[in-house]
Each structure stands twice: as C-alpha cells, then as structure tokens.
Design a protein around this ligand. Structure first.
Ligand code: GLY
Length: 576
C-alpha cells in the first residue's frame, strides 16, 4: 500500500509489525479535523455513535455472540441512548459478510402507508405544502427497524433474542447518563417537541421546561416497556398488540395514516447486495431502495482510471475528478433510482463500463462542467440530517455494517404516547413533487414518486470492502445526501492514499450532489494551491460544512482491528 501523499505533503503512514499506524506531524494537521487515534484490538470491535451502545455490542461479542448478535444489541441500545437517530420508529439497511465470506444485505427501510398517494403533500394548486412531509404525523413511513432486527437475528444470530434486548431495557429503565450532545439536542428541539406533542411531551421535555444537563441520568420507562414487548414477542411485540395500538392511536390523534394493516403487512427483505471490484478490492454495498451502493460503485469506477494516488489527497486534480464524478452520479440518482420492487432500476447498466465511459465524455479538465448541461434544475439546499451508522466485526471476522435512520433529527418529532419512541419523517425521502428538492436538496423523479407500500429512496451506504478476498474495511456514516460522498472519500483515503482507518475518517471532506452546482467543503479541506486550481477552473466552493460522522473498522495485515469513530461527533469505538 502506498504511503499517504497529499497536496500539502501532510500525513505519512508508518508500516510496521503488520499494522498501519496513524502518524501525523504536528505542522501537517490541517488535512484532518482532529488527530484522534484509532482503537486497536485483537478479537472484536464495535464502532457506533455512542460509547454505551458500543460497549453493549462488545459485551455480546465477549459472551461469544457473533457480529449479528452484537449488531442487534447495539441497535436497540442506540434506540435508548441516541434518540436523535437510533430508533424503533424508523428503518435502515444492513450489509453483512459472514465469516466464510458470503455477502448479504437486509432492507428494513420504511414503506409508504397503504393510504399514501402521489400528491399527498400538495395543495389544490399542486404546490408542495411546506413541512407536511417533514414534521408531524403525516411525515412517517411504516417503521421497518424492529422487523429488520428480528430477521437479522433469525437468519444470522446465535444468542437468545431475550439476551440481546436486555441491555437496552436496562439502559431505558435504569437510565443513561446524558452526554453533552444528547442534552444539547433535546434542549434545542424542546419547542418543536411541544408544538407537535403538546406542552406535556413525555420524556424529551422536562415537566418544568428546564434544560437537560450533561451528566444527568435520563430514564425512559415507556420505551423500556415497548422494548420488553419486543423482547417477549419478537416482531409481534411491535407490529401487533399494545405497541401497535399505541402507534395507530398516536397517528389517528394527529392526522397520520399508518394503520394496523400497514403494521401487520410490514416485512423486511433480504436482497442481493451490490458487489463489484475496484482494483484488487471487492466492494459490497446496499442495493435499491438505497441509492448508496449503486452510486458508490459508480463513483469508484469513474475514479478508477485516474492516478489520484499520484495526484495526492485533496489536490486540485484529484478533487476535480471526484467532483465531476459526483455531479454525474447524483444526476443519475435523481433520474433512475427508486424502489426496484415498484420501478425498473437499471442497476447493472448504471455501473457498466461503457455507460460510465460515456458519462465522462463531457468532462473537460480545463473547466468545471455545468450541472445544467449534465441535466436540468436549479434548487436551494439543506435542513438537517440525523441518521446513524455502526460497524461490527467479531472474532471470526464476520462483519456487519448497519445504517439506520429516523431521517431528520428525532424524525417527525412525534413521540408515540405511551410507547416512548419517536416516529420517522422518512416520507420526505420520496420525491413529493418531480423537480422539487427534499430537505437534503435532492431532486427526485417518477422513479421515486409516492405509491402505497413503496419504499422511499435512500442514500444510506453501509459498505464492506475485501482486499485480496479477505475482510478489509467496514464503513458507513449518517449525513443525508452526503452519506455517499463521505463513504466514497473515506474509502479512497484508504485504498488510494494509504491512510489508516482513523486517519481516513479524520480527513477533511467535500461534497457535490449535482444540484445545486456547488462544492461544499469543511474548513481547510483544500490548501491554497488546490483552491486556486478549482476556482480558476470555474468551480463554486462553499466552505464551512461538517461532513460525515463515520464509524468504521479496518482489519490490518496482522489481523488487528482498528476501530475508527468520527471526531465530528461523540462516536466511539470499543473493542476487546
Ligand atoms: N433518510 C436519509 C436517507 O435514507 O438517505
């Protein structure tokens, strides 16, 4: 593997004892948001958005559970300790590589309720009613998370279901010590919670309206009871019986349309993962209804012919190729991607060599392409994102990569009364009207229009990389439309620029999504030379975003695991 070469001669990787070590000179820190070091362990690793959830997963691994068991336990722990995005009322995707190398993927994405229809967020003039698909009861799709975990356990798990739910129940019942981020998040949304759930919003607003404090113990009794019903009855403990009654009652009380029939009919689905080579690596990622896998592989294959390792990390020429690839891939996403159970998605064609070559035909390195000439449109951008990702590797090198979401922070902000959990606002991931951007500024089309029972298009990109046939990297992140580009850059940082896992996560990132025709960067992503190169070629650059909250694991040549959790959040890797 090549040592990391950057436009600033920044970080170098020292290779020794079969381990790639993070080594960053003080004066060269600019290329990274932090010098946070990876966590190195021999047997097993969980990297997630919250230390408590990672610890829960590792305890399961220590007890002999495999990566699927640990994932289930981590998932439910995140529902308790990370209510921004961890969930019972949302959905997600899992990409799995068994210990023998068999890849698979599980789709537990939410579905449009049976009473949903194409124009449900439009007024009588056909205009989008602002906020209807993002806040409140009508914004929710039918949750898939619980069935996803049940199916993951049934197909791949080894420990008792009961034992995997117990840690989350304990956390909800005995309480979680609030981190600074968790307290701040709940305080920030207090008024919105009240607006939607009333002055007496349970749990997430204090009775006296005061702030949550860092270090305070936060108890969620109703959530503990919901978890106990799932522990006792599996999927039926959520999709039928008391929790289903509470959820439907909550929907009816606020004009939502999720019914008992929707809940009873929900099914997570095992799907053929996207698997494609990149040089001597093999990339395994999520197929539709996520756009993540197709888009990631398009990006990687578009980049493959260019010597970006020689050009250097975040140099002008490297960034230009990546931005132009992103422009073309997000235009494709808008046109072609949707739920393949409902619309024809040309997955193979989009990733084929002739097609990708044709996509490069309009690329002129002397100047920026124009998104308006790649495809139409011109839009505003962005509200918020709250998804969460975690990665797990066990002692036999079975790996699970899971991204799960409520969509926005705390989803629709609706708390199921008596159930103690938030509902998603995933309906906004549909194209509510062709050409009108969603909250991530993503434009959709017919392929992603609302239909009853259909799954909304996602950008979630849980991914696993093999090197020479062996497990190498497990990766993923939240970040709405920026998920795909953050995973893309993190992989290139490792595969092309020779970074360790943590270094690749710490590295500053940029993002282009076709429309608007702008490149968003973190502070100091490009040095003066790179910036001048891009500006003189006509690229519009907007500096100041925070991109990615990755949770990744790398297997080093001697088998050591490196857990790499993003310094941009409270993310923590725990291993043993
Ligand atoms: N809700 C964000 C996504 O699925 O892409």
């Amino acid at each position: 593997m090549a040592a990391c070469k950057t436009s600033k001669q920044t970080p170098q990787i020292k290779k020794g004892d079969g381990l790639f070590q993070l080594f960053v000179e003080d004066e060269n820190q600019d290329a990274f948001v932090s010098d946070k070091a990876g966590v190195f362990n021999e047997h097993g690793m969980v990297a997630s958005a919250h230390e408590e959830a990672s610890k829960v997963g590792v305890e399961i691994l220590k007890k002999g559970g495999n990566a699927a068991d640990a994932s289930v336990a981590t998932f439910f722990a995140l529902a308790v300790v990370h209510p921004f995005a961890g969930n019972l009322g949302g959905g997600g995707f899992a990409v799995i590589r068994d210990a023998d190398g068999t890849p698979s993927s599980l789709d537990f994405r939410e579905k449009a309720p049976l009473k949903a229809h194409r124009d449900m967020y439009l007024d009588e003039n056909g205009d989008v009613i602002k906020g209807l698909s993002t806040r409140g009861h009508l914004a929710s799709g039918v949750p898939g998370a619980v069935d996803g975990m049940v199916q993951l356990h049934q197909e791949k798990g080894t420990m008792s279901w009961k034992s995997l739910l117990q840690p989350a129940i304990d956390l909800a019942e005995k309480g979680v010590v609030l981190t600074e981020g968790q307290a701040r998040g709940m305080n920030r949304y207090r008024d919105t919670f009240r607006e939607i759930n009333g002055e007496d919003t349970p749990y997430y607003v204090k009775a006296d309206g005061s702030d949550f404090e860092t270090g305070e113990v936060f108890i969620q009794k109703d959530l503990a009871e919901s978890l106990k019903r799932i522990q006792k009855e599996g999927a039926d403990g959520f999709y039928k019986g008391k929790t289903a009654d509470l959820l439907v009652k909550e929907m009816e009380s606020g004009g939502g349309i999720i019914s008992h029939e929707d809940l009873e009919k929900y099914d997570a689905v095992w799907r053929e993962p996207i698997v494609k080579d990149y040089k001597n690596y093999n990339i395994i990622s999520m197929p539709p209804p996520s756009s993540g896998g197709v888009a990631l592989l398009q990006l990687m294959k578009l980049t493959e012919p260019y010597p970006i390792d020689e050009w250097g990390f975040n140099s002008g020429k490297t960034a230009q190729v990546m931005i132009e690839a992103e422009r073309r891939v997000y235009a494709d996403r808008s046109k072609w991607l949707g739920d393949a159970d409902f619309v024809k998605v040309p997955v193979k064609e989009l990733m084929s060599q002739p097609y990708l070559q044709e996509r490069w035909a309009s690329f002129d390195p002397s100047k920026a392409s124009l998104s308006s000439e790649i495809d139409g449109g011109d839009v505003p951008y962005y509200e918020s994102d709250q998804t969460t990702h975690f990665s797990v590797v066990d002692k036999n090198k079975m790996a699970v990569s899971i991204t799960t979401t409520l969509n926005g922070a705390f989803g629709s902000k609706v708390v199921v009364d008596g159930g103690g959990f938030f509902m998603n606002n995933e309906m906004d991931d549909f194209s509510v009207k062709p050409g009108v951007p969603n909250m991530f500024g993503l434009i959709g089309n017919k392929a992603n229009e609302i239909q009853p029972g259909k799954r909304m298009l996602s950008s979630m990109t849980p991914t696993i990389v093999e090197k020479d046939g062996e497990l190498f990297v497990v990766a993923g992140t939240p970040g709405g439309s920026t998920i795909i580009t953050s995973v893309y850059q993190t992989l290139l940082n490792v595969l092309e620029h020779g970074m360790s896992m943590q270094q690749a996560v710490n590295a500053r990132k940029f993002h282009h999504q076709w429309l608007p025709d702008k490149t968003y960067t973190e502070e100091s992503t490009f040095d003066t030379e790179a910036l001048q190169y891009l500006l003189s070629a006509g690229y519009e650059i907007e500096i100041g975003r925070r991109l990615g909250r990755m949770d990744c694991i790398m297997v080093h040549p001697n088998g050591t695991l490196e857990g790499a959790s993003d310094p941009r959040g409270e993310n923590t890797s725990v291993g043993y």
